[in-house]
Design a protein around this ligand. Structure first.
Ligand code: EPZ
Length: 421
């Protein structure tokens, strides 16, 4: 298994360019199966989750090409198998979007349950509820989900989510795009990648309104045509680099971002003492590495993202005073990295949904293991801050969602290299 070797203590400087948003790409690529034609999708990040999804799409019969870096062309006009490869589906979380795409386009699907980062129990009952409300008969076992039209056929409906779920909002939006009638999703999630998916689908001829609010309306259409679409920049990747500079100190221009998407993160880093300058599509961050304590409660967008919990915790570990970090989406997310940070000298006390983080003078290099994507990214930041050498193991988790992380940090002056076992 590959690992990263990091020599900490160097402030970061220079410019880093953010890639396309992972959580938008993993929704848009399966959604291309709805289109009887060719979709040209730009700003696609070259990460393992994307590579697996493209293998899945090819496996069901789509024609996939990569004419240039960051660009994917998908032609789903030919025959498509509605039972995607089980082994590939199990390798990631977002493969469950194939359920909505295959149900919407072909009226049936047989999809193995997804895999992905297991930092918490991640049920899909809201997805299933949505498909049933759209008129599907669902067989849901501990191995797969099987979907086909009920005797009344598929029909738009009003679906109120019991929890604000990004995945369920996306899956229902994808399916409903080609299902006759109007579908209204109540208590919908509002993340930027949901808006990006809606914009992609509307570019291909869908009729989706209200994405980004808690009520999304979809009017099913007969067919979607091909077209071209560019994915938005990755809010969490950008937040990860901003948090790294805040913690290590330095002066970095983070480019290819949408500042509006970053507000929930940049305002927190400013509270902690970093200087933030917003431009049209970039953000400059300056920090002396001496941070102030703060309080963070993670919330669905536009709140502070749960996917930035681990990264801000590292900043708190170096902030003078007591910080409090409360998780509202995945209660057990702390356990993916806090033990590792404590082995590097961090002082973190977890009590249910809240961690109290007492700032320490130094973190010390150690050998630590990544247990999930964002926990792994946080351990990289901790290694960049720590005195001495840190080895981060199981970096395949990190490479699921961060394109060229080693090159990007090296470009900012960090001492980090990838070692194969
Ligand atoms: C998406 O996961 C992201 N993954 C996650 O990012 C992110 O942490 C999460 O949204 C929250 O923002 C992708 O987009 C591929 P949810 P998802 O459905 O869709 C409960 C990363 O690091 N819930 O919004 O699985 C669930 O247990 C990954 O990029 C149900 O109860 O998240 C959780 O408590 C990690 N039933 C809450 O809702 C359901 O059917 C939010 O989950 C679905 C969810």
């Amino acid at each position: 298994m590959a690992k990263y070797e990091i020599h900490g203590g160097t402030p970061l400087s220079g410019t880093v360019t953010i890639s396309g948003a992972k959580n938008a790409a993993v929704a848009i690529l399966p959604a291309a199966l709805l289109v009887k034609g060719t979709c040209r999708i730009e700003n696609v990040p070259d990460i393992s989750d994307v590579r697996i999804l493209l293998d899945i799409l090819e496996g069901v019969g789509a024609k996939v090409s990569r004419p240039e870096p960051g660009v994917v062309e998908i032609d789903s006009s030919g025959p498509i198998n509605t039972s995607p490869d089980e082994h590939l589906v199990k390798q990631m979380r977002a493969s469950y979007y194939l359920m909505g795409a295959l149900l919407g386009r072909f009226g049936k699907a047989h999809v193995a349950l997804p895999g992905g980062c297991n930092f918490a129990s991640r049920p899909i009952d809201q997805h299933i509820k949505g498909f049933e409300m759209l008129g599907a008969d669902v067989i849901y076992t501990d191995a797969y989900v099987d979907l086909k039209p009920s005797e009344f056929g598929l029909q738009g409906n009003r679906i109120n989510l019991d929890v604000v779920s990004v995945g369920a909002t996306i899956n229902i939006m994808i399916a409903a795009s080609l299902i006759p009638g109007q579908t209204i999703i109540g208590n919908a999630a509002k993340e930027p990648h949901i808006v990006d998916l809606a914009n992609f689908l509307n570019t291909m001829g869908a009729r989706i309104y209200g994405a980004g609010t808690d009520t999304v309306k979809i009017r099913g259409v007969n067919a979607l045509k091909g077209g071209t679409y560019a994915i938005i920049p990755d809010q969490i990747e950008a937040g990860t680099y901003l948090a790294a500079v805040a913690a290590t100190g330095g002066n970095v221009l983070v480019q290819n971002v949408i500042p509006k998407h970053m507000e929930c993160i940049t305002t927190k880093l400013q509270e902690m003492g970093a200087r933030i300058i917003n431009y049209d599509d970039s953000i400059r961050i300056q920090s002396n590495g001496h941070l102030r304590y703060t309080t963070v409660k993670t919330r669905p967008y536009p709140g502070f993202p749960t996917d930035m919990q681990a990264q801000i915790c590292v900043c708190m570990s170096r902030a003078a005073g007591f910080s409090r970090l409360t998780e509202s989406v995945y209660e057990t997310r702390f356990f993916g990295y806090c033990t590792e940070l404590q082995s590097m000298g961090a002082n973190i006390q977890i009590n249910g949904k809240t961690a109290t983080v007492i700032g320490v003078e130094k973190l010390y290099g150690a050998t630590v293991e990544a247990h999930d994507l964002r926990a792994g990214a946080a351990l990289v930041i901790a290694g960049l801050v720590a005195e001495g050498t840190t080895i981060v193991e199981n970096v395949h988790f990190i490479e699921r969602g961060y394109e060229n992380l080693v090159d990007k940090f090296t470009g900012l002056g960090a001492s980090i290299r990838r070692l194969e076992d």
